[in-house]
Design a protein around this ligand. Structure first.
Ligand code: KG4
Ligand code: ZN
Length: 333
């Protein structure tokens, strides 16, 4: 049996979890900073770092207590070291290094996107690679071929904004507040998704890359044009039409990636994978592909997914020493 204490602090959630044998969550504590950042309309990096500092020890102690274990029972410390806000990441990395040194147990560096993908292994206990996964969050939009637990190939990614970032920015223009994804998801249910046609971006050739900044600008222009005419924009129609366009392009690319790789399984991961329209349309369009996605609590940032990824990194002997540093930008490979 192996017990991993996992730590996640890459953005605005301070999280710690104890994971047994890779896929069994003994505890999963998340301290969200959303209320703090709401008043600024988005995450303020310096404020995030300070909030992580305040919360990290409390969250770790809670995770160990909830799991019904002691620090002495732990076998490994896993921590998100990349990518993310550097000051935020450093808080988790420093705590992990201190624990690894004090307890004399190995330190496992975990890539945040790999963690998001691994949330599927916790939710679906029998799921095994290979499969293709759409990872869509506030900072990333990737189509990934998950060849094995630690072997990933990026088949497509955003060339500008991430999908979640587009949701958040459109929500801000519509005056819905932060984070925008869940607000747009809810409002869109009251709107007509065919009211406005926001064009999907398709790059020439066989590229599976995304671009979401164009649609974000199109929504903003559409909204302001209506306002300038002295009319009242229908926010629900705009939210629904925007959401439809973004979801469709992500699904088109995911299904195309599955066809190309010959994978029979497809998965979703990351905060945007909570989106009800995305899930419903993919259920309807997935055909003979088996579809997997995590519960909402495992889609958004958490440390259980980092513990699961850390388990497979440890099996592959991917350990770090105390020189481990936070890396703000790092590809998934
Ligand atoms: O994975 P995550 O918690 O953090 C990052 O790694 O970025 O993702 C947060 C993102 C935010 O942009 C948020 O608006 C989006 O996920 N999100 C959603 C939904 N729930 C969260 N986007 C669309 N629909 C949702 N229901
Ligand atoms: Zn994330």
């Amino acid at each position: 049996m192996s017990l991993i204490l996992a730590i996640e602090s890459s953005c605005d959630e301070t999280a710690a979890a104890v994971v047994k044998d890779g896929r069994c969550i003994l505890s999963n504590v998340i301290s969200s900073q959303i209320e703090t950042h709401k008043k600024f309309g988005g995450v303020v990096p310096e404020v995030a770092s300070r909030k992580h500092l305040e919360a990290i020890n409390v969250v770790i102690a809670q995770a160990v207590e909830d799991a019904g274990v002691t620090l002495g029972d732990l076998d490994y410390i896993a921590v998100t070291y990349a990518p993310g806000l550097v000051g935020a990441l450093l808080v988790g990395v420093s705590a992990a290094k201190a624990l690894s040194l004090a307890l004399g147990i190995p330190l496992i560096p975990v890539h945040h996107i790999r963690g998001h993908i691994c949330a599927n292994f916790i939710e679906h206990q029998s799921l095994q690679p290979p499969f293709v996964c759409l990872v869509a969050s506030g900072g990333h939009s990737h189509i990934v071929h998950v060849k094995d637990y630690t072997d990933f190939e990026v088949l497509g990614q955003t060339r500008d904004d991430a999908a979640g970032e587009a949701f958040d920015k459109v929500a801000r223009v519509l005056g819905l507040g932060y984070p925008g994804g869940p607000k747009i998801d809810a409002l869109a249910k009251e709107g007509n998704e065919n009211a406005v046609e926001f064009k999907k971006v398709k790059f020439p050739g066989d590229s599976l890359d995304f671009s979401f900044s164009g649609i974000k600008t199109a929504v903003i222009n559409h909204y302001h044009n209506i306002e300038q005419k002295g009319e009242e924009p229908n926010k629900a129609d705009i939210a629904a039409s925007f959401q439809k366009s973004v979801c469709e392009v992500m699904i088109d690319h995911l299904l195309e990636a599955a066809e190309r790789t010959g994978c029979t399984k497809i998965a979703l991961a990351g905060g945007v994978a909570c989106n009800s329209r995305l899930r419903a349309e993919l259920e309807a369009r997935c055909g003979s592909f088996s579809l997997y996605y995590p519960s909402p609590i495992l889609c958004t940032d958490n440390a259980a997914m980092i513990g699961c990824s850390g388990y497979y990194e440890a099996l592959a002997s991917n350990f770090a020493d105390l020189s481990l540093n936070a890396i703000p930008y790092l590809g998934i490979k």
